[in-house]
Design a protein around this ligand. Structure first.
Ligand SMILES: [Zn+2]
Length: 153
C-alpha cells in the first residue's frame, strides 16, 4: 500500500522552515559571520555543522566524555555522540550572549537552534510569514537585550 504524501498548504503557499539570521563571533578574534539558523523544536540542543566550524576557524573544545544525543522522539541522533563544542558570541535582534554549541558532522544546516534556545527566549513566531520576534524573553536571558519599541496604535 502506498501512501500519498500530502503537502499542507497555507493560503496557497507551502509553509517552509522557520529560520533566523544570527551573527556569530569568535571569542578569540571577534571575527564575525552571519548565518541562517534553523529553528527546530525537534532538536534537543544547539547544533553547529562541523564543516562550518572548520571553515570559520572556530576553536573546538573537546568534551571530556562524548555525549549521546537523543532526538525528541527518543531515537539517537544518527551522527553519533557529540565530541566537541564551540563557544561563540551570538547576536540576534539586540541579544548578545556567549553560547556553547554542539558540533555535529554531516548536517545540512549551519546552525540549528533547538528546544533549549526556544524555551529560553520563547520567541514569537509567525508561522505564516516565518517572522521571528524576541518579544517574550525572560529577564534572565540577558541585560544586553534591548527591547524594540512597541509600535503604537
Ligand atoms: Zn531572549
Amino acid at each position: 500500500m502506498e501512501k500519498k504524501k500530502k503537502v499542507r498548504k497555507l493560503e496557497g503557499k507551502t509553509l517552509r522552515e522557520v529560520t533566523v539570521k544570527i551573527g556569530l563571533k569568535r571569542i578569540d578574534t571577534q571575527e564575525g559571520v552571519t548565518v541562517e539558523a534553523l529553528l527546530d523544536s525537534g532538536v534537543m540542543g544547539l547544533v553547529m555543522s562541523s564543516e562550518f566550524t572548520k571553515k570559520q576557524g572556530f576553536k573546538l573544545k573537546k568534551l571530556e566524555r562524548p555525549m549521546n544525543v537523543r532526538n525528541v522522539d527518543g531515537s539517537f541522533n544518527k551522527e553519533g555522540p557529540i565530541e566537541n563544542i564551540v563557544e561563540v558570541n551570538t547576536y540576534y535582534q539586540g541579544h548578545r550572549e556567549r553560547t556553547e554549541i554542539d558540533v555535529i558532522g554531516g548536517q545540512k544546516w549551519t546552525v540549528i537552534l533547538g528546544i533549549p534556545c526556544l524555551a529560553r527566549h520563547n520567541p514569537e513566531i509567525d508561522w505564516r510569514t516565518g517572522e521571528v520576534k524576541m518579544t517574550r524573553c525572560s529577564e534572565e536571558c540577558g541585560r544586553q537585550w534591548r527591547p524594540v519599541q512597541e509600535k503604537l496604535g
